[in-house]
Design a binder for this molecule. Structure first.
Ligand code: NAP
Length: 217
């Protein structure tokens, strides 16, 4: 079912790639940014690529307010401030956190933030009425930019609300990925940390988008 998805930080490669694939699949996408003009330019680039008017741009709080589902794709340094700016607009909604708590200069070393994980910090900041789900932290933006490119990495989906995880698994499928329910939000430390492992593999093997596959299912 088509939904309206705000992608906060969708001017960057990760959120922009997800937004492109969701818009291509028929969803309405609102690119969120600190700068509405930058958001609109990113949305128009998506519309040009898909040949349809399914994306528009807005400042982050406006994008969150106008969407049914909110995705966050900003660097960890901007995580708390961006969440604070949209907290009111997110109440009662599904919030997909893609943020990886990387430490600049030490991105190949797993580092967990003071709140235990980016996702637990997001839930604490947003409050209990927001259904936080985490996904896509292991999907390199390199996979997402070209619509025809097959994503060679599975998605681990963590959250405390089963129905919200089911919707995010469907959104991952719409974007061309295979996703699995990976348990409660507390488990999100694993995919968040796994990203540092994958970045290290990328460097050692001189590739841009190593990934993971769940086998045996
Ligand atoms: N890139 C990847 O391959 C990849 C893969 C997996 C997970 N991730 C995770 O996904 C998230 C986004 O990654 P990305 O590479 O797309 O990030 P990015 O390009 O560095 O940033 C994305 C957007 O966040 C906003 N932003 C940047 N710095 C900010 C600040 N100090 N305060 C407020 N907003 C700021 C900017 O939007 P505006 O300037 O328009 O506001 C920017 O376009 C990160 O947490 C990353 O770890 C990335």
């Amino acid at each position: 079912m088509a939904t309206t998805i705000a992608v906060l930080g969708g001017t960057g490669p990760e959120g922009g790639g997800l937004a492109l694939r969701w818009a291509h699949a028929g969803h309405t996408v609102i690119i969120g940014s600190r700068d509405p003009a930058r958001a609109q330019a990113a949305a128009e680039a998506i519309n040009a690529k898909i040949g349809a008017e399914r994306a528009r741009g807005a400042e982050n709080p406006v994008a969150a307010a106008e969407a049914e589902v909110v995705a966050l794709t900003v660097p960890y340094a901007a995580h708390a401030a961006t969440i604070e700016s949209v907290r009111a607009a997110c109440q009662g909604k599904i919030f997909i956190d893609v943020t990886v708590p990387l430490v600049p200069g030490k991105v190949t070393r797993v580092a967990l933030p003071p709140g235990g994980s980016a996702s637990l910090e997001a839930q604490a900041l947003l409050g209990p009425e927001v259904r936080v789900v985490t996904a896509f932290q292991n999907i390199s933006a390199e996979h997402l930019q070209e619509l025809g490119h097959a994503v060679d990495c599975d998605v681990l989906v963590c959250g405390d609300d089963k129905a919200s995880k089911t919707l995010v698994i469907e959104l991952a499928r719409d974007a061309g990925m295979v996703a699995f329910d990976a348990g409660p939000l507390a488990n999100s430390v694993v995919p968040e940390g796994l990203t540092s492992v994958l970045i290290g593999l990328n460097i050692r093997h001189k590739v841009k988008s190593s990934g993971i596959k769940i086998t045996g299912i």
